[in-house]
Structures are given as C-alpha cells and as structure tokens.
Ligand binder design. Structure first.
Ligand SMILES: Nc1ncnc2c1ncn2[C@@H]1O[C@H](COP(=O)(O)OP(=O)(O)OP(=O)(O)O)[C@@H](O)[C@H]1O
Ligand SMILES: [Mg+2]
Length: 256
C-alpha cells in the first residue's frame, strides 16, 4: 500500500528566516498602515478579512499580518472565525481537535483564557482557533456572545484580527459588523472577477460595514499566473481606502 504524502505541508506558510526580504517588508508595511487606523470607539481596533470568493489567500495573509504585529511586540489576538473551513491552526501548528471559538460562543467553554493559545515563538500573539465544526454555523456565529467577547477582548489586546469566510459565499463576516473597525477584501490575481468583487462590496455596504482596503494577492511581476509563491515585491499589493464611499481619506494605491 502506498503511503499518502501530505501535500499541505508546504502550503500553510508563515514568514520565517528564509522568507525573502521583500515579502517580509510587504507584511511589515501592511502592519504599519494598520497601525494608523484608529478604533471606532474605546478599546483596540478590530479588523476582519474577507473576500468575494474562496481560496484567495485570506488566511495566509491575516496569519502573517498577525505574526508581523507580534514580532513588533504588539499584543495581538488572531481569531479563526471561518468555522466551516478553519485553517489558522495549521499555520501555527496547533491541534485541530481542540476547543475554540465555537465552544466559547455556544457556552460549552466558559473561560476564554483556557482556550486562547499563546504562540510560543512570538508570545505577543494569542490565537483563538475555530474549534469543532458545528452543525449550525450561521446561528452560532450570529450569537450575541461573539459580540460580547469582542467587547471584552478590545480592552485586553492592542489589535484583534479576524479571519472570516468569503462574504460572497456566506454572510458570517457580517454578523459582528457593528463591532468591526473595518474589513479588508482580498482579491487574488487572475482568479477573482470584478462582478463578484463588486457584489461582495455591495453586501458589506448594505450593513454599513467599512471596507478599509483591498489586498491584491498573488500578482506576478511578469503576470505569469502559473508560478507559485511569487516572492517579489509585487506579490502582495495593497490598496488603501479605495473602495468605500464611507471612507474619509482617499489615498493612492501603493505597493507594499
Ligand atoms: N501568493 C500566493 N501564491 C501562491 N499560493 C498562494 C498564495 N496565497 C495563498 N496561496 C495558497 O492558496 C491556498 C488558499 O490560501 P488560503 O487558505 O490562505 O485562502 P483563503 O482565502 O483563506 O481560503 P478560504 O476561502 O478557503 O478560507 C493555500 O494553498 C495557500 O497556500
Ligand atoms: Mg481561509
């Protein structure tokens, strides 16, 4: 019998010593931009990441932003709110079968401090994995408990980052929109189409969710979509404040 090879092993990658400088800089630049966005009210800002379609790189990007913040000694809480297809545990090598967000908001777990993990390699980073996949994800994620916890964590962290599923597929990202400072929409070069992106923007607009910017992922310098992990300065391009009519300041698109 043939041994199954785990092809995921290389996929869930965090920035590390061998990551090219340009990519590290890209995430640092993104981190710096986020630092200047104030919270809506008291407590720290809460940023969500979503997209129109799936597999555009949301979890990869938010995990690396979280790590970049932690390396700068910012106390960051990273929440895997994609309870249908959770992957954050893979990036940080945490067991999948452990209690997380779903157990917390369903009341199975009463003490958040017991299930939030401090990441050993960067102790400023605290991670709340998604927990077990529930049979009623929509009801669970819209429970007011989630919002209550966010209001509490706002006073315990410097920044909260939430990985949501694609808003173009399920509306989970909107259930706590009142608590979210703003959302980033990830677009993947050669995959995301403008119709679904516009529709995702309209969906967020409907609930007055603030879209802080669009992150363009996987853009090749040579526009060669067949190459994997284009670790060039243009792999992650970042456009600030360009999509939402609610935004006060308009800035020019800038590379990170
Ligand atoms: N710039 C990139 N170059 C090559 N592969 C990438 C890039 N960004 C992400 N990927 C790969 O694409 C796949 C999807 O990435 P990821 O899980 O981060 O996307 P996602 O938007 O969170 O997906 P989902 O919608 O399922 O939550 C992963 O295998 C990841 O390694
Ligand atoms: Mg994801």
């Amino acid at each position: 019998m043939k041994k199954k090879i785990n092809i995921d092993v290389d996929e869930y990658k965090l920035i590390n010593k061998t990551t090219p400088f340009a990519i590290k800089e890209a995430f640092n630049h993104l981190r710096t931009n986020l630092t200047y966005i104030p919270s809506k009210d008291d407590g720290c800002p809460i940023f969500g990441i979503t997209s129109a379609m799936d597999s555009v790189g949301k979890s990869t990007i938010i995990s690396n932003i979280a790590l970049s913040f932690a390396q700068a000694e910012t106390k960051v809480l990273l929440i895997d709110s994609d309870i249908r297809r959770p992957v954050i545990h893979k990036f940080f090598n945490l067991p999948k079968e452990r209690h997380g967000l779903t157990e917390l908001i369903s009341g199975i777990e009463k003490d958040d401090t017991k299930i939030i993990t401090q990441y050993e390699q960067a102790p400023s980073l605290h991670i709340l994995t998604s927990g077990f996949v529930p049979h009623n994800p929509s009801e669970l994620i819209s429970s007011k408990k989630f919002s209550e916890y966010l209001k509490k964590w706002k006073y315990e962290y410097d920044i909260i980052l939430i990985d949501f599923p694609p808003v173009g597929i399920v509306t989970d990202a909107l259930t706590v929109s009142n608590d979210i400072t703003g959302y980033f929409l990830v677009v993947r070069a050669n995959r995301s189409d403008s119709r679904s992106i516009n529709s995702a923007i309209a969906t967020l607009d409907q609930v007055n969710a603030k879209i802080l910017g669009v992150i363009l992922n996987d853009l090749s310098l040579k526009n060669n979509s067949s190459s994997r992990y284009h670790y060039t300065r243009r792999s992650y391009k970042y456009y600030m404040e360009m999509t939402n009519k609610n935004n006060e300041a308009k800035k020019e698109p800038s590379d990170i």
